[in-house]
Design a protein around this ligand. Sequence first.
Ligand code: SF4
Length: 331
Amino acid sequence: MSALRNNWTREEISAIYNTPVLELIYQAATVHRQYNDPQEVQVCTLLSVKTGGCPEDCSYCPQAARYHTDVKVQKLLPVQEVIDAASKAKEAGSTRFCMGAAWREVRDNRDFDKVLEMVQGVNGMGMEVCCTLGMLTEEQADKLKKAGLYAYNHNLDTSEEHYNEIITTRTYNERLETIDNVRNAKISVCSGGIIGLGESENDRIGMLHTLANMAEHPESVPVNALVPVEGTPLEKQEKVSVWEMVRMIATARILMPKAMVRLSAGRVRMTQEEQALCFMAGANSIFAGDKLLTTPNPEVNADKAMFQVLNLKPRKAFKGEASVKFEQIPL
Ligand code: SF4
């Protein structure tokens, strides 16, 4: 069984990433089978609970207030609306429900209290609850944990070297601090990145190097392909090829064998056969629903048909561990 390591060198990662692609898929598939059931794929739903108007300048993101895109600003959704959406997602087969808010950081205000209520509500439905709300202090992470949060997403986006080309309104270190705060609150860490941002191969290796050398690997690693949106600085970026996605997924799988590797944004532009290659390379999660925050995503029925054709089975929530108990906190 390949051992869990967090002392990978860039050279080792580069050698894995550059392995002839069919051999790389074979190696990743072999590691995948040592730690995971290769037929199981987790279905997650990601809902934007507060959309647009974000003060940050992430150059891929249509929700940044400074770019002129078609995204309509939507203030925080009512709690019940979110609970209803989670319930529908559960009925449709999702076992993880992620709530995203276009905030720079969490503020200790009424909106955060409402998010805590949402977390409690979704937790009570037996789903893995995840949030992505921007930067987070240790105290806020503790509150979310007490409300029953299972996981928190905070992506690195790209390598430290390429980071300033993509975002200037917060630092790479601030990202790492938020991830530390999440880890210290004993919340499961979800962190990955996006390819197709104009980064080099070295940047991709650099990002994987940072993720794979964390003291504990993120439990969840989303691999996104940029979906360029008109009005954003990256609107003219070329589509990444499926082979680049496969290389990223396979390398992530080999470096972080136990992580859930999530085939995330960009799936809408992939054929069933291309997605199958990604599953072969070790991806074991997808996002369901026709929107991924604000960008298009395959329809639920298309995914159901794909699961049938590929004989995939949806992974249950909290596999192999206890669900997160929450303390009823006064809200
Ligand atoms: S990615 Fe998040 S933080 Fe960056 S602009 Fe979009 S909503 Fe804001």
